[in-house]
Design a protein around this ligand. Structure first.
Ligand code: ADP
Ligand code: MG
Length: 359
């Protein structure tokens, strides 16, 4: 059982002109499943490797429980890492792969066997213990890699894109298994992925990184409903949030021919134009004023349909506008439909800083 704390942890690789992870502050609770997510190159692996002790920390500190581990070697941190490529030893059996770290640590044979068999049972690997990795499917290899971490009974699990080598269907199954296994074992876990759906479905909380800088750390619900900036707004959610430049006018902001009412205090100092965000499910068809959208594609999903279009009078090649509509009566390709934002599900951001405006 352990908490983890990054305290302004920074990593700048030699020869680079800026840090790959810049003053990362994160507090991870005991037993929590925290997902680090962001586009490729944003510093996810570097953050995880700093926690594992595989990467030097140039400034700031890292704590596991109340122990400052910043300068401890990896083996003294009591963490176990699952890598993207699994890094299994090809010449060893599954059982030997799973028990290897314990053997190195000098744990006696009977105890190793006991822990390996227990982990194998949890992971449904019992019948494969004497096989070599090459005689296993991708999903089974992934579970062996998990097993190797579990047998160590570490304080913290670290996982770096552990599902990226699996096909789409297996990835969905396995993410459910990993999440439920983690909850059962109750071991604090830091999980890295570039896939926001994976992040949102697995994490107790999600931390979004961009260019080495933490953008927001929140529960999936809060992240979805209340993105702190325009980057998080566009990154979390699929299909993505519609983001428009909207002119500030008397009483609110312009949305096509309609004015979306916004409190004056919210827009104070925001300039003449703000970014207005509306999720596809919050776009409502209106018979009155609003944003006229010419429909380019209708994607029928049964209960719902997604319509993709462009603002009337602009080029269809411009950023598409996406709306989720009733699947039984979707508008047709070529039709012009007027949209307004539903209720108060509108997000406003400063055009200049990208920061969220108002609540
Ligand atoms: N050993 C290294 N030397 C120099 N730059 C590196 C090294 N490892 C990673 N980087 C750079 O640091 C940034 C973050 O990398 P990384 O943490 O691997 O990102 P992610 O895991 O989010 O894709 C990238 O710009 C990458 O090129
Ligand atoms: Mg990485």
């Amino acid at each position: 059982m352990a908490t983890v704390r990054f305290d302004k942890a920074t990593r700048q690789y030699p020869g680079n002109d800026k840090p790959s992870v810049d003053q990362l502050d994160l507090d991870i609770a005991d037993g929590e499943f925290l997902v680090l997510v962001g586009p490729s190159g944003c510093g996810k692996s570097t953050s995880l490797r700093m926690l594992a002790g595989l990467e030097e920390v140039n400034s700031g500190r890292i704590f596991i429980d109340d122990t400052d581990v910043t300068d401890l070697s990896p083996k003294d941190r009591d963490v176990a890492m699952v890598f993207q490529n699994y890094a299994l030893y090809p010449h060893m059996t599954v059982a030997d792969n799973m028990g290897f770290a314990l053997k190195i640590a000098g744990v006696d044979k009977a105890e190793i066997r006991r822990r390996v068999e227990e982990a194998a049972k949890i992971l449904d690997l019992t019948e494969y213990l004497e096989r070599k990795p090459k005689a296993l499917s991708g999903g089974q290899r992934q579970r062996v890699a998990m097993g190797r971490a579990i047998v160590r009974e570490p304080k913290v699990f670290l996982m770096d894109e552990p599902l990226s080598n699996l096909d789409a269907k297996l990835r969905v199954q396995t993410r459910t298994q990993i999440a439920s296994l983690q909850r059962r074992l109750g071991i604090t876990t830091v999980y890295v992925t570039h896939d926001q759906v994976e992040a949102m479905t697995m994490g107790d909380r999600v931390a979004v990184l961009k260019d080495g800088i933490l953008q927001q750390c929140d529960t999936p619900r809060r992240m979805y409903d209340h993105p702190d900036n325009v980057f998080v707004a566009g990154f979390i959610g699929s299909p993505a949030m519609n983001l428009f430049d909207a002119k500030v006018v008397d009483g609110g902001v312009q949305f096509g021919s309609a004015v979306y009412p916004v409190d004056r205090s919210v827009l104070e100092g925001a300039g003449e134009v703000v970014t207005l965000g509306v999720r596809p499910e919050d776009m409502e068809i209106s018979s009155g004023q609003g944003l006229p959208v010419e429909i380019d594609v209708v994607e029928e999903l049964g209960a719902d349909a997604y319509v993709y279009g462009h603002v009337q009078g602009t080029q269809p090649t411009e950023k598409p506008i996406i709306a989720r509509v009733d699947g039984r009566t979707p508008p047709q390709k070529g039709e012009v439909v007027t949209f307004v934002p539903k209720g108060d599900h509108v997000h406003l951001f400063s055009l200049e800083t990208g920061g969220r405006l108002g609540d």
